[in-house]
Design a protein around this ligand. Structure first.
Ligand code: FAD
Length: 543
């Protein structure tokens, strides 16, 4: 055991990588001689996986790993300013934590409450251990505006399934009546770390990634300092905040995105959503008029809390099977189409440019996410939403279990939103915002010389135009993987059949039922093809 420690407390950072509005950190620092601020690197999450489809670990793309390391380095710097430092350890988190608790004779363990299933399981294990060995645990809710469990309780034990009912139930956050604590003047010193192996925050190279060549780096730099700087920039523009209406934003704006771009910082808790909310309320108090939920900026934070609440209260929220709020739909298992989408080779420049932005930046505008998620699922390709979710989960910097799954359920018309006839066109939707195709030209430079008349449908350009633009369709850039008009019509038909089956069986659709429906849809489609053929032949004969 480390000498001289005695009554230590341990602050376990996971998300919540910040000093401001961090109730777990504040409590950890109270009445203690020594404070051990710890972050545990889980090799499973951080170390390179050569078999993954993109650079990164088994679970996360490189952009997110880099962002996390930058956030840790910034946290360490900010802790040092307060007389402390970040202790970085490596290994399976619960094993490493138990060893530290023992070695440092910790009496108080503090960490932010986390609703993700991964942390729910881990935290139960940790709390059980702490209770056996007599360590006090403090695990406050500070990642969201509300405690999801409270909202669920208010609703009789079930999560509210519409945004409106959520907003009504949630009301005003209880903490919002007085200003949040956002500064700490100093922290207790770190005690002797004994035999525990502590390292500095590793670099990406030290994790084994080597020099990765990239022609465009993600514009997001991780850390609380950057988060607060970006927040200030947004908040200072009071007119913009007051007039913010999410659906009016331009998804193709990339030089100056139409939204705050704060999601990566909220994901890792470099920025407190509660502090963000408080700043927005301060702006609203000082302007004559401002927009309201669901379209306002506060409305966006409420969307976040809405998905957290439903996700927390819904078993199997992240899958179709066994998920009571998810429609059972006979998605196809077409890996070729999935890979074309994932690798930005659908032949639809609007879709492919968004997927390239996902690779390069790890972030896209909400409506851009709508476009590609709809295209993959109920719009054109009819691929399972879970497969698209996995790609987003890996590549987004803001990748968030509750929000990502919630939005995939929404976009695939599996839950929350049911108007499957409303399909985003991969051609005209983007054109509305960006008729010149500047967004496409930036992310898909192969099309940079394509005239704007053809930029959204390059396969319609005459060969002479393609030659002049140095981009032959089918050779330099793919032809469309499916024709949008007929593919989307076919998707609507499948959705209609699936919805009617779900209704008939009152949601209790079995694997077998889905198999049968899949077979029927295939046969119908064969029949249609045959009918068209016969019709054409008849017409030929008449001619
Ligand atoms: P702003 O418009 O400035 O909003 C401020 C904050 O509000 C965001 O940072 C975010 O925390 C929250 N927010 C905004 N829109 C939503 C929404 N629809 N649902 C929940 N919270 C919202 N967002 C994630 O943070 N992580 C994800 O993994 C994620 N996956 C998505 C997957 C799909 C298929 C879709 C359609 C959307 C997804 N979103 C996700 C939601 C949304 O697109 C992003 O939160 C938003 O684009 C982030 O940009 P911003 O910070 O500039 O947002």
């Amino acid at each position: 055991m480390a000498s001289g420690s005695g009554s230590g407390s341990l602050m376990w950072f996971r998300k919540g990588l910040r000093i401001h509005d961090n109730p777990a950190l504040e409590r950890a620092a109270q009445s203690t001689k020594f404070l051990y601020p710890v972050f545990i690197i889980d090799p499973h999450y951080m170390e390179p996986d050569p078999n993954a489809f993109s650079p990164g670990s088994k679970r996360a793309g490189l952009n997110r790993i880099r962002f996390l390391l930058q956030s840790l380095a910034d946290l360490d710097l900010n802790l040092r300013k307060l007389g402390s430092r970040l202790l970085v350890l490596k290994g399976e988190p619960s094993q490493v934590l138990f060893r530290c608790l023992k070695e440092w004779d910790v009496k108080k363990l503090c960490f932010e409450y986390d609703t993700d299933p991964y942390y729910q399981a881990l935290d139960t294990k940790v709390k059980d251990y702490a209770s056996i060995v007599g360590i006090e645990v403090f695990s406050p809710v500070s990642h969201t505006l509300f405690n999801p469990a409270d909202v669920i309780q208010k609703n009789g034990g079930r999560p509210p399934l519409s945004y409106q009912s959520f907003v009504k139930l949630a009301g005003q956050p209880s903490w919002a009546s007085s200003p949040l604590s956002v500064t700490i003047s100093s922290l207790p010193p770190v005690g002797d770390v004994g035999g525990c192996e502590i390292s500095e925050v590793p670099t990406i190279k030290e994790l084994g990634y080597g020099d990765i060549e990239q022609d465009e780096f993600s514009p997001f730099r991780g850390g609380e300092s950057e988060a607060l700087k970006r927040l200030k920039e947004s908040i200072n523009n009071k007119e913009w905040v007051a007039a913010f209406e999410k659906p009016k934003g331009d998804p193709s704006a990339f030089l100056k995105p139409a939204t705050t771009t704060l999601s990566p910082y909220l994901k890792f808790g470099c920025l407190s959503s509660r502090y963000f909310y408080q700043c927005l309320q301060d702006v609203y108090r000082n302007v004559k008029r401002h927009t309201s939920p669901p379209v306002s900026l506060v409305g966006q934070l409420l969307w976040r809390d809405f998905f957290y609440t439903v996700a927390f209260g819904t078993p199997n929220f992240d899958r179709m099977t066994g998920n009571r709020i998810c429609k059972q739909i006979p998605w196809n298992d077409n890996d070729e189409l999935l890979v074309a989408w994932r690798d930005a080779r659908t032949g639809y420049p609007w879709i492919d440019a968004i997927m390239i932005q996902l690779y390069k930046w790890g972030w896209m505008h909400h409506l851009a996410r709508h476009s590609v998620a709809c295209f993959l699922t109920r719009g054109d390709l009819f691929v399972h939403w879970e497969k698209g979710r996995d790609v987003f989960e890996r590549l987004l910097i803001d990748s968030d279990w509750a929000i990502n799954n919630g939005n995939w359920l929404w976009l695939s018309c599996s839950s929350f939103f049911y108007q499957y006839n409303r399909i985003y066109s991969p051609i005209s939707f983007g054109k509305k915002y960006d008729p010149n195709g500047d967004y496409i030209k930036h992310f898909l430079p192969i099309l940079k010389d394509m005239p704007k008349e053809y930029i959204y449908e390059p396969w319609t350009a005459p060969l002479s135009v393609q030659t002049k633009a140095k981009c032959i369709i089918g050779k330099d850039y793919p032809k469309p993987v499916v024709p949008h008009d007929s593919a989307s019509k076919e998707s609507r038909r499948k959705m209609a059949e699936a919805y009617s089956l779900n209704q008939k069986l009152n949601g209790k659709v079995s694997e077998e039922d889905l198999k049968k429906l899949r077979r029927k849809l295939e046969e119908d489609s064969e029949d249609t093809k045959q009918e068209v053929k016969t019709k054409r032949m008849r017409q030929k004969l008449i001619c």
